[in-house]
Write a protein of this length. Structure first.
Length: 124
């Protein structure tokens, strides 16, 4: 899986009071970004991370012995995991993050392909 982006994880573990999240977040990142991890569905995620939760269209991972939460959006077809938010468990319990992350919003509409000009037949 391709994890986007590690910088968001780093910003969190560099925050004062969250330094102990560095090890667990690095371990999660290393494991998930491995070429051997190719999730095709929620059941694949659940088989690997039994304590993960599906909240709307977000997947929430428990990190650091249930001390932190990592909110992601997974695009299985594209093999991408987007890091939406990392937070302490107490912040997670307040539930304001659900609206911030768009976990219950409909997926974005596909962009229409640009229209190509009509081709003229040759010889006319």
């Amino acid at each position: 899986m391709r994890v986007i982006s590690r910088a968001r994880l780093r910003r969190f573990w560099e925050t004062s009071g969250c330094e102990d999240a560095s090890g667990p977040l690095r371990a999660w990142y290393t494991h998930v970004s491995s070429k051997t991890v190719t999730w095709q569905s929620w059941s694949d995620v659940r088989a690997m991370f039994g304590n993960a939760s599906l909240v709307g269209n977000c997947v929430v991972f428990n990190i650091g012995g249930n001390k932190y939460r990592l909110v992601t959006r997974i695009l299985y077809r594209n093999q991408k995991v987007f890091i939406l938010k990392v937070m302490k468990h107490t912040t997670y319990d307040k539930a304001a993050w659900k609206e911030e992350c768009g976990c219950f919003a409909p997926p974005p509409k596909k962009r229409a392909a640009p229209k190509r000009p009509k081709r003229r037949p040759k010889g006319r």
